[in-house]
Design a protein around this ligand. Sequence first.
Ligand code: SF4
Ligand code: SF4
Length: 112
Amino acid sequence: MKKMVEGGCIAMAHNLDDCIGCFGCETACRETNRYSYDEGWMKVIRREPVLVDGKLRQYHLIAPSLDKCRACYDKDHDPLCVTGCPSGALTIGEFDDVVRMAKGQHTVIFTA
Ligand code: SF4
Ligand code: SF4
């Protein structure tokens, strides 16, 4: 992904179809930033199973603290939450690039 000028608008995209709900990004964020256990800069939220087109699906959502991601991304453009995701469900980078990559995908985009 194209590198950006520090301080520009970033985004994180989470592909709901690719995410397998492994909680790896939550663990990676804590391992990277070593914050206390009463904080949670990245949370994975397991949803109830639902029927989609007659098939049972279970989606997971994420809740990143994008103000923290902003500083984290400035230090490392390839944070462990993204590089360690086993299914490639996370993307972080410049807002326009992330939106372009997420086009047509079942994706939630967070911005900061
Ligand atoms: S590491 Fe990837 S697959 Fe695992 S919960 Fe996070 S986004 Fe989903
Ligand atoms: S970009 Fe950094 S702060 Fe944001 S979720 Fe990933 S590891 Fe945590």
